[in-house]
Write a protein that binds this ligand. Structure first.
Ligand code: FES
Ligand code: FES
Length: 170
């Protein structure tokens, strides 16, 4: 099976019914998508499949052969963060980071599809995503900032704290 992840083609050796989540994490060592509930309920495993947010824990890899998979690593790089990554950093929207990859990808898709800064609309778009740190207000602040087209120094949080470590949990 062939799979394109973040624009890079891969020849997949896992069995066809292996979840996309396991293929990403175990075979390709791309660990941003997280194994939370593994039942479709938390959103931590979300990736973009041809630009649409989908649960990778519920997706057999054979079902996405030929599709373009985007993980958060494909949005930007540490030196060239995508707007949603800048906004999450600036608004301090990540705490432990477990939900952050899925939240960012859903937020990215929301804005790409014309989503506005309306907080209820953002809540709806992120409704299937659970943040166990309960940082929802700052997450919505960050998504609204991207929808508005805000620009800012991503090395500073909205509270003025300088970011020194942009790493997350694996
Ligand atoms: S791990 Fe896939 S939805 Fe929770
Ligand atoms: S930042 Fe910890 S789960 Fe959301």
């Amino acid at each position: 099976m062939n799979l394109s992840v973040n624009g890079v083609p891969h020849n997949i050796e896992s069995a066809p019914l292996t979840s996309l989540l396991d293929v990403l994490r175990e075979e390709l060592q791309i660990t941003s998508a997280k194994a939370g509930c593994e039942q479709g309920g938390c959103g931590a495993c979300t990736v973009l499949i041809d630009g649409e947010p989908q649960r990778s824990c519920l997706t057999p890899v054979v079902a996405v052969e030929g599709a373009e998979i985007t993980t958060v690593e494909g949005l930007g790089t540490p030196n060239d963060l995508a707007p949603v990554q800048q906004a999450f950093t600036h608004h301090y929207a990540a705490q432990c980071g477990f939900c952050t990859s899925g939240m960012m990808l859903a937020a990215h898709a929301y804005v790409e599809h014309g989503g506005t800064e309306d907080r209820e609309a953002i809540q709806d778009a992120l409704g299937g995503h659970v943040c166990r740190c309960t940082g929802y207000v700052k997450i919505i602040d960050a998504v609204a900032a991207v929808a508005r087209g805000d620009s800012f120094d991503a090395t500073l949080t909205a509270a003025g704290t300088r970011m020194t470590n942009l790493g997350g949990v694996a």
